[in-house]
Design a protein around this ligand. Structure first.
Ligand SMILES: [Zn+2]
Length: 176
């Protein structure tokens, strides 16, 4: 498992990445959020502490509370466009509002996703109009997180990384 990563700080948000290639994409996505919806942009920084891009291939991602860390496998960042990434960041950050005392308010899954997807859709409509993306349909049809639940390897990989990170066993170098 890779234990040395690069990091970058945007306001209070820390971006951790296996390569500097992904920083621009995340920055562009944040810029787009700022340009499109200033309120959501400000929300990002209270809802999300860290975006942790792993060195693992695949699209699996998971948001951790109370740490407010979003883990995303690198293919997800690499193969998605800025609009979608921006909307996904809003979606994931929103999950932070669905916790109380470190626990999900709703049982994990359905209800929780519905309002996050709704917010994500609203954002995408602001940029792209009313057409619904195939990615959004995929999310709505729940295939997305069913697939994620299938990917047990990534989920334990994220937990492992979180553990290493909290025990300061991840080597972080500032991206210059
Ligand atoms: Zn979600």
């Amino acid at each position: 498992m890779k234990k040395d990563f690069l990091y970058l700080k945007i306001k209070s948000l820390i971006i951790i990445s296996p390569t500097k290639l992904f920083f621009k994409k995340i920055k562009d996505a944040l810029d787009l959020i700022q340009k499109t919806d200033l309120k959501e942009y400000r929300n990002i920084f209270s809802r999300l502490n860290i975006i942790f891009i792993t060195n693992k291939n695949g699209y699996t991602n998971e948001f951790f509370m109370p740490e407010k860390i979003w883990f995303a496998n690198k293919t997800l960042i690499k193969n998605n466009d800025i609009n979608w990434l921006a909307s996904l960041i809003i979606h994931e950050a929103f999950h932070a509002t669905q916790f109380k005392n470190g626990k999900y308010i709703f049982p994990l899954g359905k209800k929780l996703e519905k309002s996050a997807i709704e917010l994500q859709k609203k954002f995408l409509e602001k940029i792209e109009g009313k057409k619904v993306r195939k990615e959004t349909k995929y999310l709505i049809q729940k295939k997305y997180w069913e697939k994620i639940e299938d990917d047990k390897k990534s989920l334990s990989y994220f937990r492992n990384l979180l553990d290493l990170f909290q025990n300061k066993k991840i080597k972080l170098s500032y991206k210059s």
